[in-house]
Structure formats: structure tokens, C-alpha cells
Design a protein around this ligand. Structure first.
Ligand SMILES: [Mg+2]
Length: 450
């Protein structure tokens, strides 16, 4: 199959492989394509009736496939370590060929969706021209694309992550007009952080504060008479796992104790027992957004590594110690957050593979299958998500990732609808659940397209 035949929205639907005497040689090969279950007839029909039956079966298949969608987690689902799951690439090509709606829903982040599209294409040995992955990547912070334009255009955000400068560029592309990094703040006022260890490396790149703002050394941080040119932060965005926890915790703390997000001020409501949360985060401070809460992630190293969730635990610990036990209030994106599932659902409803992160005409869905390896994020999120339009989200757990069946834990804490060996089996199960006969062998085969 030449790559150019893939991903062309204008291509007519391919004829589905209907079981009949005329196609006996193909079906006997054990690589049957998609079948409407009820069309699997062994009797021989007169040609005209057969043709009509094929039409009916094809219509049923089209309808069945047009009303379902898939959300694929990436790590542990499409590949294990650096090894792609056998058959995953071929299965994806077939889903694309049959115009089934799907997205890739990952808690990874810190880069642009197109960078992830390129790296995933490479890892799965797919040509970028094949259009199997493009415009389908949803990273942990991608839902911020859908934020209100007014918020993005008028506000100022503090953004941090593993590569703050990259995160800033991506945020700018999302429409955030004023994105400030911790490096900008210490460049504007080196008294904010009295250490210079990472100045020439992690914090080497910085920009002047927007609109000529400054970080003043105020004499009375409790004064409400804030100089007009003081930097005010409206939202704090933790894009992905920060590298300089010390600086980031300091700056985030300073903003969360401030008066209305003006850096260098302190709210007089802090510690007021008559207010909710003893007055902490009750004075118009910026809202804290965390792009995902994954404590751990898997690399080639035998012991799991800490992710963004570990940074949040550190921040929470320091916050509790500094405030006498106040709750740290924040919102999380990424799986299992409802925000992320809502965004993914909306993308699938308006799926338009040719439009970058874009929207096509709304087409309703009956069922969405979330295929993941992590019960705490993929499965939990899908189980708890009940969209207002009544679409059913079904969770499928694969055995190729972080979850392992052990003697102590036969079942995961968040139970999926079904547990299967891998992503190819997951698709076969979902198709059967829709009354569409499909074999694992056909899904994983590199030919036999229809
Ligand atoms: Mg995973």
C-alpha cells in the first residue's frame, strides 16, 4: 500500500470484506477484514441479492465505525520502552484508512504537539506523510489551547517546566500573549533568589518582563499601595516536570501568598481563621494549574522515575510547612482530570484530521474506547468521565505498560471494562463489542487493507 493512498479524506470508503463464496480464498487465509457480524453468511446467494446484502452490510459497518472513537495512551500502549508494540503501526494505518476517529491522549508535555507527532511517527516507523498521527496528539497542556481568548490575550502567566523557554514558545503559539518564566523574574531582580548556580545553564535564556513591568524591592510588602509597574501574574502554569524545584517552589509560593498576584507583596488575609482555608489563597492570587499529576514514569532504568506529581508533592509539603498546614489549592490537567477528557471528547466530536488542532463539523458519538496502561490515570479518567451528551466512555487496560498483574494485586485499583494483552487486541475487542468481526491477525497484517 503506497503511503499516498493513506489519509486522504476525499477517498471513498473502501469496500469491506464480506464473507461469501466469492471471497472464500481471502477469508480462508485467516486475515479477514472488517465484517458486520450478521453478514457472516456461509450460504451462497444469487448475485443481485448478494450485492444488496453487501451494500446493507457496508452501510452497517460505516455507521458502526462512524459512531465510535478511540483515545490511545502512548507510553506502554503503542510501545514498551523503545520497542513498538508489534502490529500497532499496521492497526493504526487501518483505523486511519477506515476513517475511524481517534486521538493520542498522553500526559507527556513540555513540547509542541507537532514535535510529539514527529517523534511518535519516528518511533512507530511511520512516514510523516502518512497522516496517521498528525493533528491527533493531545498533550497534558493541550487543553489550554481551548481556554478563553480573553484570558490568554489580556492576562500574564508564569510558566515553568523542564524547558521553560520551550514551554513559553508553545504557550505563545497557544495564544498566551504574556508568558513569564522564573528566569525572567530573577533576571529582573536578582534579590528574588539569592543563588546563581543555574544562571548560566537552565536560566540562561530570559526575556524582559512584558509591558515594562518590574519586580520591586518594596519596603512594606503588606502595603496595598502597589506601584503601577509591578509585575502581576494572573495564572501559574506548571507545564511539565520542572528542573529547578528550588527556584520554582520559591516563586510559586511568593505568588500564592501575594496580594492579588503582585510579586513582592504579601496578603493580609493569610492566616485569617475567619476565612476559608484560614485565609490562604483567598486574596485574588493567581490560580495554580498543574499539567499532570503523574508521580512516576517508566524509563529504561529499572526503578520508576519521578514526574510532575513529585514536584507537586514537594510544593505541597513546603506550602503546608510555610502556612501551618494550609491546603494547597490548584487544578490539574492531564489524565485522569475531567478537563482533559472533556477536551479530548470535544476534539473527537469535531474531529477533522486535516485541521491543526482544529474543529470540523460536529458528528455525534455513541462510544469512545480509552486504551491505556495506567489504571490510576487512563482507566480512572475514562471510568469517571460521563459527558453531558450521553456518549459512553469505555476503558481498556493493556498488559504492556506500568500495570502488572501480581500475586498481591490481581486486579487494578481502578477496574477497566476489560484487560487485554496489547493495543491490537484492544481494538479487536472493541470492534467485536460493536458487532464488527475483526481478527487480530488482520489488524496486525501489513497488507489486506479492506
Ligand atoms: Mg502510559
Amino acid at each position: 500500500m503506497p503511503a499516498s493512498r493513506l489519509g486522504l479524506a476525499a477517498e471513498p470508503w473502501p469496500a469491506f470484506n464480506i464473507s461469501s463464496s466469492t471471497r472464500a480464498s481471502r477469508t480462508s487465509s485467516g486475515r479477514r477484514g472488517l465484517h458486520a457480524a450478521s453478514s457472516l453468511r456461509k450460504d451462497v446467494e444469487p448475485p443481485s441479492q448478494l450485492s444488496r446484502q453487501e451494500d446493507v452490510a457496508s452501510d452497517r459497518l460505516r455507521r458502526a465505525l462512524s459512531e465510535i472513537a478511540f483515545a490511545f495512551d502512548i507510553d506502554g500502549v503503542l510501545y514498551q520502552g523503545h520497542r513498538p508494540i508489534p502490529g500497532a503501526r499496521e492497526m493504526l494505518r487501518k483505523m486511519r484508512w477506515h476513517d475511524v476517529r481517534y486521538v493520542f491522549l498522553t500526559n507527556g508535555g513540555g513540547s509542541h504537539e507537532d514535535a510529539k507527532f514527529k517523534s511518535l511517527s519516528k518511533r512507530l516507523q511511520l512516514s510523516e506523510d502518512e497522516d496517521v498521527i498528525r493533528n491527533r496528539i493531545i498533550l497534558s497542556h493541550t487543553p489550554m489551547r481551548g481556554w478563553d481568548d480573553k484570558v490568554k490575550q489580556e492576562g500574564t502567566v508564569l510558566i515553568t517546566g523542564s524547558h521553560p523557554e520551550v514551554a513559553r514558545k508553545v504557550a505563545n503559539e497557544y495564544g498566551f500573549a504574556r508568558a513569564v518564566t522564573p528566569a525572567d523574574i530573577i533576571a529582573a531582580n536578582d534579590k528574588v533568589y539569592p543563588f546563581d548556580n543555574l544562571r548560566e545553564s537552565l536560566h540562561r535564556e530570559w526575556r524582559p518582563l512584558p509591558d515594562g513591568k518590574i519586580v520591586p524591592n518594596t519596603t512594606d510588602p503588606y502595603s496595598k499601595d502597589v506601584p503601577a509597574d509591578t509585575l502581576k501574574i494572573d495564572q501559574i502554569l506548571v507545564w511539565n516536570d520542572p528542573r529547578d524545584w528550588s527556584l520554582d517552589i520559591q516563586v510559586i509560593h511568593d505568588l500564592l501568598i501575594s496580594h492579588r498576584g503582585y510579586l513582592g507583596t504579601i496578603s493580609d488575609k493569610n492566616g485569617d481563621p475567619s476565612l476559608p482555608n484560614n485565609g490562604w489563597q483567598q486574596d485574588g492570587q493567581p490560580h495554580l494549574w498543574i499539567s499532570n499529576l503523574d508521580l512516576l514514569w517508566r524509563t529504561e532504568y529499572p526503578v520508576n522515575r519521578f514526574g510532575t506529581g513529585a514536584f507537586v508533592e514537594a510544593l505541597r509539603g513546603v506550602w503546608a510547612a510555610a502556612t501551618g498546614g494550609a491546603e494547597l489549592r490548584f487544578s490539574a490537567l492531564g489524565k485522569p482530570s475531567r478537563h482533559t477528557y472533556e477536551y479530548a471528547h470535544d476534539r473527537l466530536l469535531h474531529h477533522a484530521p486535516e485541521a491543526p488542532h482544529g474543529k470540523g463539523k460536529k458528528r455525534p458519538l455513541r462510544r469512545v474506547y480509552m486504551i491505556g496502561d495506567n489504571p490510576e490515570s487512563d482507566i480512572r479518567g475514562a471510568n469517571e468521565f460521563a459527558p453531558a451528551d450521553g456518549t459512553q466512555w469505555i476503558s481498556i487496560l493493556v498488559r504492556t505498560g506500568v500495570w502488572k498483574e501480581t500475586a498481591a494485586g490481581r486486579e487494578p485499583r481502578y477496574k477497566p471494562t476489560v484487560i487485554v494483552d496489547d493495543v491490537v487486541e484492544a481494538i479487536a475487542w472493541a470492534m467485536r463489542n460493536e458487532g464488527v468481526e475483526v481478527t487480530r491477525e488482520w489488524l496486525a497484517a501489513s497488507e489486506d487493507w479492506v
